[in-house]
Design a protein around this ligand. Structure first.
Ligand code: C5P
Length: 211
């Protein structure tokens, strides 16, 4: 359809492989991103969900693209970003990856000698650099201290319209069905949501970022 509004959402963790049987990752469940994809679909948007490895089923009517590494996620996000009016990056992208991928399984007595990490690209930062005036870009941040101050810095650095930040000092948010968020805009608005389930939270976030 011609006049469809495109929405691009990333979700879940990335995996950064050391050898064919070992990777670095994190416990992201993808629930927040999948809830946003459902909510965006329910509003009639054409949703592309770029998802790292999670156990959740593909939301009905959503175009899901499965990825594994941060590089794969970067490539797919970059392809779909220009057509997207609303882009939301909830994915827990691994900040680092092993410097070398070993084609053969590393012998266990050698693993600790071999792990050397290098930084991964910051996908959201590069999307922010290419953002047009007609596009809305939303990031997520998980912080363990000074979460509002740190989130405001990321909002500016990554050229975002909104950032949703949660305090993960107790590590509650990752696999939970509930979340407690503060949504901050680049116009200085700050909305604190009470702890609630990610499905209703997703609807409220969309009401604010894409009214
Ligand atoms: O800087 P920090 O990792 O806290 O920023 C979190 C936000 O940046 C999230 O929206 C996450 O999806 C995104 N991110 C990214 N690429 C990275 C790291 C984080 O897009 N390498």
């Amino acid at each position: 359809m011609k006049n469809e509004v495109h929405c691009l959402i990333s979700a879940g963790p990335t995996r950064e492989w050391l050898d064919p049987v070992r990777f670095i990752s994190n416990p992201s469940s993808g629930k927040m991103g999948y809830a946003l994809a459902n909510a965006a679909k329910a509003r009639g948007l054409k949703v592309t969900l770029v998802s790292g490895p999670v156990t959740l089923p593909c939301p009905t009517g959503v175009d899901r693209i499965l990825v594994n590494t941060a590089f794969e996620m970067q490539e797919v996000m970059g392809q779909h970003f220009p057509a997207s009016s609303l882009t939301i990056m909830t994915a827990a992208v691994c900040d680092q990856r092993p410097k070398v991928f070993h084609e053969q399984k590393i012998k266990k007595d050698k693993v600790s000698e071999i792990i050397e990490l290098v930084p991964n690209p910051d996908i959201l930062l590069s999307l922010g650099k290419h953002k047009r005036i007609d596009q809305i870009l939303v990031g997520f941040a998980a912080e363990t201290e000074n979460h509002i101050a740190h989130a405001k810095i990321k909002l500016q650095q990554k050229n975002l319209d909104w950032i949703a930040v949660n305090d993960v000092s107790g590590n509650q948010a990752f696999e939970s069905d509930d979340n407690q968020l503060t949504l901050i805009s680049n116009h200085g608005q700050s909305i604190i949501f009470e702890k609630e389930d990610k499905i209703s939270l997703a609807k409220k976030i969309l009401d604010l970022v894409y009214p």
